[in-house]
Design a protein around this ligand. Structure first.
Ligand SMILES: Cc1cc2nc3c(=O)[nH]c(=O)nc-3n(C[C@H](O)[C@H](O)[C@H](O)COP(=O)(O)OP(=O)(O)OC[C@H]3O[C@@H](n4cnc5c(N)ncnc54)[C@H](O)[C@@H]3O)c2cc1C
Length: 440
């Protein structure tokens, strides 16, 4: 039997990495706190199907997915909607979350992965500076490598000793609280914008969507502050004045959850430890999509582990995984966090102006299945750039905010480019500090 690997939590990237490693002869066990058959949420998710191929997971049967509808974005006064223009061959797919889990788990088990359900991971076991295992509700578990796939609030990452230099906590505005539910349809009337995304609607600090589907109406409310069911009800009432299709009865879902919307962890690895998925904050900072990134990261991590022929799984050898992730995805996506901060500082009227003056266009909101960087949202189109310049110059306060955002993007981009290509503890710590400060 090959080296022993623990995957803490059955996160999407963790189970995909587990499958790739088990297929290559490693002895891999996943410890998941939930019971078998209870994973996932009662709603659908959207992700790029190419990520399945990269992680060597088979495509689901055709009746298990649909292609995603284009979203139409609205600013607070909702005068002008901007509809995404995704070419057909770059469409993401939409699947039930439970089916996604079933697909990943069946594949992993067929590759030889063992899963221990109903086992809560409590903390890492650390000897010196090396992670050697995990404490769980089923006792201590030891391994040559611990892959942390416990999600945003991972008890493994949060309890790592400070000396490892890995951020334990996530700040309030680096995560978004979501309420999501499928409501009944109040009417059968045709809807113009089927997938309606609303920014800073009714002055609320966040984003929400109402998607009119065949059998129900999908409501998602995201806020950068805590909120409760009273707020959900009052906001849903407000939305019903604009989207009469949104019924009153919750037919599926109806939970509060959280998603990290920030730059990836500055240091994702330590001796015997690697974080993946939400525990390493691998979502797209502006929209919180993390499934495809986690799958791509799974391939990078498993390749790195397999290439470590001596089986050291040291920070020095695992650093290559982090470098690969940043080069392919992290460095391109991290600057989106600056756009998120810009959005949070805009007055609703300023956002209206960006939409209504034509400063923002369909390209700027079109995220395709191939989307990997902020720059994918901009074409080098001189008339369009000139128009953006002319419009923004008329609003000095807005211009100042946009210039500030541009400066932050430049700082973050430069910080990502300066990441040490080879592990050197001192150099990595200095870099991580500089990178983290670039977002402040
Ligand atoms: C409402 C909502 C909608 C979303 N929509 C999309 C979308 O459309 N597309 C997309 O790409 N992404 C979407 N995401 C984000 C996506 O779910 C995550 O980015 C992605 O799943 C990667 O997270 P993860 O699998 O690493 O972590 P998680 O999904 O958090 O999984 C962590 C796993 O670890 C387990 N676990 C946690 N703690 C412990 C513990 N102590 N002991 C043992 N096990 C533990 C959990 O039970 C869970 O199984 C959405 C998220 C939410 C909340």
């Amino acid at each position: 039997m090959g080296k022993k690997i623990i995957v803490a939590g059955l996160g999407h990237g963790g189970i995909a990495a587990a499958a790739l490693l088990a297929k290559n002869g490693y002895d891999v066990t996943v410890f998941e706190k939930k019971e078998e058959g209870t994973l996932g949420y009662d709603w659908t998710d959207i992700f790029a199907p190419a990520a399945l191929r990269i992680a060597q997971i088979p495509m689901p049967p055709r009746n298990k997915y649909e292609f995603k509808e284009n979203m139409t974005f609205f600013s607070p006064n909702a005068k002008r909607g901007l509809e995404q223009q995704v070419p057909h061959d770059e469409l993401e797919i939409k699947m039930e979350r439970k089916d996604i889990y079933e697909l990943f788990i069946n594949h992993a088990v067929s590759c030889g992965v063992k899963i221990e359900y109903g086992c809560e991971v409590l903390s890492p076991i650390v000897e010196g500076k090396r992670v050697v295992g995990i404490n769980t509700s089923h006792g201590e578990k030891y391994a040559d490598l611990v892959i942390d796939a416990c999600g945003m609030n991972s008890p493994v990452r949060r309890n790592l000793p400070k000396e490892l230099g890995i951020e334990n906590e996530i700040a309030r505005r680096e995560r978004i609280t979501i309420f999501r539910a499928f409501f009944n349809k109040a009417t059968d009337e045709e809807v113009e914008a089927k997938f309606r995304v609303m920014l800073l609607e009714d002055d609320r600090l966040g984003v929400s969507w109402v998607a009119s589907e065949e059998e129900h109406t999908d409501l998602l409310i995201g806020r950068f502050e805590e909120f409760d069911l009273d707020e959900v009800n009052s906001f849903a009432d407000y939305l019903r004045t604009k989207c009469p299709r949104l019924g009153r009865e919750i037919v599926r879902g109806g939970q509060f959850v959280e998603i990290p919307v920030r730059h990836p962890l500055s240091i994702m690895v330590a001796d015997g430890y690697a974080a993946i998925g939400d525990s390493a904050f691998m979502t797209v900072p502006l929209i919180g999509s993390g499934i495809a990134n986690s799958l791509k990261a799974a391939k990078m991590l498993s390749d790195t582990v397999i290439n470590d022929k001596d089986g050291t799984y040291s920070a020095a050898s695992l650093w290559n995984y982090q470098v690969k992730y940043y080069r392919a995805l992290g460095a391109g996506l991290a600057p989106l966090e600056c756009v998120k901060f810009l959005l949070l500082t805009l007055e609703p009227e300023e956002l209206d102006y960006c939409f209504n003056s034509g400063m923002l266009n369909e390209d700027n909101i079109t995220m395709t299945a191939n989307f990997t960087a902020l720059t994918d949202l901009f074409r080098f189109d001189i008339p369009d750039l000139l128009n953006k310049g002319v419009q923004v110059i008329k609003k000095p306060k807005l211009l100042k905010k946009i210039l500030g955002c541009g400066a932050s993007i430049a700082k973050v981009t430069a910080a990502c480019a300066a990441m040490p290509p080879v592990w050197n503890e001192k150099a990595v710590r200095v870099w991580a500090d500089m990178y983290t400060k670039a977002f402040k």
